[in-house]
Design a protein around this ligand. Structure first.
Ligand code: ZN
Length: 78
C-alpha cells in the first residue's frame, strides 16, 4: 500500500512510531508525514479546517433537532 501526500504526491515518510499493548497483542501506530515540511504544514491546516467544519455541521444539526423538538412540544400544547 502506498501512502502518498494528498497535495504534492510525494511518498510520505514515517516521522513517529510507537507500539501499544492492547489486550494480548500489540498495535503499531505510525505517524506519516510529507517529506516537504511546508507542504505538510498546509496539509495539516486543511485537515484541521475540515475537522472544525465537521464540528460546526454537527452543532447545526443538534440545534435544528432541538428546535424541531420544541416545535413539536409546542404544537402538542395547542
Ligand atoms: Zn506533500
Amino acid at each position: 500500500m502506498t501512502n502518498k501526500c494528498s497535495r504534492c504526491g510525494k511518498e510520505r515518510v514515517v516521522v513517529n512510531s510507537r507500539k501499544e499493548k492492547v489486550g494480548s497483542s500489540y498495535v503499531f501506530y505510525r505517524e506519516m508525514s510529507c517529506p516537504d515540511k511546508d507542504c505538510q504544514k498546509l496539509v495539516e491546516k486543511v485537515l484541521s479546517n475540515e475537522a472544525k467544519k465537521r464540528v460546526f455541521i454537527k452543532d447545526e444539526q443538534l440545534k435544528r433537532e432541538n428546535e424541531r423538538k420544541i416545535r413539536i412540544a409546542n404544537s402538542l400544547k395547542n
